[in-house]
Design a binder for this molecule. Structure first.
Ligand code: BGC
Length: 757
């Protein structure tokens, strides 16, 4: 299909019309030119296909589909192949239902545990979010269905999401909030992007040329089209000029007419409109010309969802090996979530499920289970009678499993949580039950971290997150040891909300939210502040044990651009087959810039039989060492020492090697009268000029033995002299060294020419 030719045959009105939806879910077609109407549907963890009259948050009209584990869960798998497989299944469902683009993945960084939509998002870490997003996209798009990676960008809360401005500096955006999107573009070429509702530093994402054109297209090389989040368009013409291609959903014809008028009166060039239409049509035909159709098997996908869910659950605590349960033990299940699991979040990602598997009925098929509801799954409601029943069965059991979690009303699209606690009725029940039975396990159904005031009173905690419609099957397999847990946290669990770095500034006031913690999000903050956490980023236990050793670093040269291969041996030292997540962090020891203590730059998940050893290999590149330099307006890896750290959690680093990097880039540096002597000394190439031409003017600061009296030596110590000269601008030699203006000018010139070499 020659898209350029096709666009040249379209009238101005037809072209403007292509830039907005036909209804809630379809793009317009142009019959006379054979342009088909194609459909898009939510995502991300299943297909939510509605008919054209459906509203974007309702579920009534959705077709029946399979609800896979939500983003919070799949990210914890740290398993690229797993999430790719989930993408493939969703892609197949889209083909069967004639959906051209699925609206996901949702990759916004989990800045605060309170964000109402964290359940859909992947991680607090940009590297992990990017890797998982790229794999999901490669899965979906392998079925010739596109994705719409969302919400670009800085949509990290629900409060004022359609009007507020996220205020962040560029380094923070480049290092924390952009990389998941950037990696997706570079590793998976998503067909479409969805811009967010919010403003970024005062400009709506939907009309932000810097974001949609300079960064997305020019910097990263994105080739698809950008659609608006539903209703995110502010000024349509500005949006087209900025790079927003498609407005969704339909808004009548007013905005199309504005585009026509702008082209006619010259405020929008027709070339820009043509390019916009081309981008949309490229994707429309990519889908339409390669449509596969087919059917999908709900039952098979339900089982797939169960297999995925069991790889995501995170065993947070397992004292005295309380898990797995044995069918010979007398087991009590308590909590409404055992019967009615919470397995997905509310809002636009809500799937009309094929069926739901609950752990209680499945476990009962296998063994005798005592059960008491204890508390309801859908609200915070204390009931003395239910509590008493729960305590009563707890007394009779060898082990108690409490199925707790956040009710739907606690976290959802559209609003944020107001605290980080479980419902009070649940905290109370857990405390009371654990005071009558020492063998308690808590299973959590949650989209983001919760405080655990009872943590020392229970022996086990298993986080099922929002595990999709087959969560009960996966839980049964994990609890009874048929499968070995292998999820690791994709986010830190702070001890309390107040410890979270965004706490003071979340969710902001007066239409602005300041990202003042900068790059120190999640573990990057807790580590530098030396704050204890409840559970650290990357943490996850298993029923077996592993050992990491033999760290080897292979490189062909020392330059920052030479790839670095990191190899580690992983051995299963326990007695069950299991999977370990090997995590690779890099720590910048050069001291050039204020940076996190360490950052995740690689990971690998590996399955091992008891006694088996495998070598995993992970690659580091320039970006693994670089920070975003505002002076350079580019990524910069300073020359010097770095530590390569390997472990199975951010808090359990067991292997470490140091490497030295030679920088191929230089930070811009020009000497002026106000350059300090300390800054000059950081450039070895200046040392000769400094010693010969500058130091003589600093005679007055000569200290130590030269001081005439002890009192003088006490008044001006060596340390003080050192600091004073370090922070002194060159021009100070006029005041303290008798230099003339001409001398200073000459010295500055000499220093600058020494810099050039
Ligand atoms: C959400 C998007 C979603 C869209 C369509 C919006 O409110 O923010 O994530 O894809 O609705 O349902």
């Amino acid at each position: 299909m020659d898209i350029k030719k096709l666009v040249s045959e379209m009238t101005l009105e037809e072209k403007a019309g292509m830039c907005s939806g036909k209804d809630f879910w379809h793009l317009k077609g142009v019959e006379r030119l054979g342009i088909p109407e194609v459909m898009v549907s939510d995502g991300p963890h299943g297909l939510r296909k509605q008919d054209s009259t459906g509203d974007h948050l309702g579920v009534n009209d959705s077709i029946v589909a399979v609800c896979f584990p939500a983003g919070c869960a799949v990210a914890s798998s740290f398993d690229r192949d797993l999430i790719k497989g989930m993408g493939e299944a969703i892609g197949e469902e889209c083909q069967a239902e004639d959906v051209s683009v699925v609206l996901g993945p949702a990759v916004n960084i989990k800045r605060s545990p309170l964000c109402g939509r964290n359940f859909e998002y992947l991680s607090e870490d940009p590297y992990l979010a990017g890797e998982m997003a790229a794999s999901y996209i490669n899965g979906v798009q392998s079925k010739n269905v596109g994705v719409s990676i969302k919400h670009f960008a800085l949509n990290n809360q629900e409060h004022e999401r359609m009007s507020g401005s996220s205020e962040a500096d560029e380094r923070t955006m480049r290092e924390i909030y952009f990389p998941a999107f950037e990696t997706a573009v570079k590793k998976a070429s998503p067909w479409t992007f969805m811009c967010s509702y919010n403003k970024i530093n005062g400009t709506f994402a939907s009309e932000n040329e810097w974001l949609l054109t300079d960064i997305l297209r020019k910097d990263w090389g994105f080739k698809g089209y950008v659609m608006s989040d539903w209703g995110a368009v502010n000024d349509r013409v500005k949006g087209v000029a900025a790079g927003l291609d498609l407005e969704m959903p339909a808004t009548g014809s007013d905005n199309d007419a504005l585009i026509v008028e702008a082209v006619k009166n010259g405020t929008l060039s027709e070339e820009v409109l043509d390019r916009t239409v081309e981008r949309i049509l490229n994707i429309v035909f990519e889908y339409a010309d390669n449509k596969k159709g087919g059917t999908f098997d709900h039952e098979a996908d339900h089982e797939k969802a169960a297999r995925i869910a069991s790889q995501c659950m995170v065993l947070l605590k397992n004292e005295d090996k309380i898990l797995p349960l044995s069918k010979d033990e007398k087991i009590a299940f308590i909590g409404g979530f055992a019967e009615k699991p919470r397995f997905q979040g509310g809002g636009s990602s809500h799937i009309n499920c094929y069926k739901v598997s609950d752990v209680l009925s499945l476990a009962k098929e296998q063994t005798d289970i005592l059960y008491a509801e204890g508390f309801p799954a859908d609200k915070d409601e204390e009931d003395e009678k239910k509590l008493a029943e729960a305590v009563d069965i707890a007394k009779k059991a060898d082990k108690v499993v409490i199925f707790a979690g956040l009710p739907d009303s606690f976290e959802s699209e559209g609003y944020d949580r107001s605290h980080m606690r479980l419902p009070a009725c649940q905290d109370k029940l857990i405390a009371e039950v654990s005071s009558v039975n020492p063998n308690v396990v808590v299973v959590l159904h949650n989209g983001s971290p919760v405080e655990m005031p009872w943590i020392d009173k229970v022996k086990g905690v298993l986080d099922a997150y929002l595990g999709g419609e087959a969560v009960g099957i996966a839980l049964c397999r994990i609890l009874f040891g048929e499968e070995n847990p292998s999820g690791h946290l994709a986010e830190s669990f702070p001890i309390k909300l107040e410890h979270n770095p965004s706490h003071i500034n979340f969710p902001g006031k007066g239409g602005k939210v300041f990202y003042d913690e900068g790059v120190f999000v999640g573990y990057r903050y807790y580590e530098i502040k030396k704050l204890d956490v409840l559970f650290p980023f990357g943490h996850g236990l298993s029923y077996t044990t592993f050992k990491l050793d033999n760290l080897k670093i292979e490189r062909n040269g020392k330059k920052d651009t030479d790839p670095v291969t990191v190899k580690v041996d992983v051995t299963n030292t326990g007695d069950r087959t299991g999977k370990e997540v090997v995590q690779l962090y890099v720590s910048d020891e050069t001291g050039t810039e204020v940076r996190p203590i360490k950052e995740l730059k690689g990971f690998a998940k590996v399955e091992l039989k008891p006694g088996e050893t495998k070598t995993v290999s992970m690659e580091l590149d320039y970006r693994s060492f670089a920070y975003y330099s505002m002076e350079l307006k580019d990524w910069f890896a300073p020359g010097g020492k770095y530590r390569i750290l390997v472990g199975n959690s951010s808090a359990n680093i067991t292997l470490c090697e140091e490497i030295e990097l030679e920088a191929t880039k230089k930070l811009p540096f020009t000497v002026t009268e106000t350059t300090t002597i300390g800054e000059l000394r950081m450039h070895p190439e200046l040392s000769e000029v400094i010693e010969k031409k500058l130091v003589p003017y600093l005679e007055i600061f000569n200290s130590g033995e030269d001081k005439e009296t002890d009192a003088a030596a006490e008044a001006i110590s060596d340390e003080m002299t050192d600091a004073m000269t370090r922070y002194m601008p060159i021009r100070s030699i006029r005041s303290f060294g008798g230099a003339s203006n001409g001398d200073i000018q000459k010295l500055v010139e000499e220093l600058n020419s020494a810099l050039k070499g």
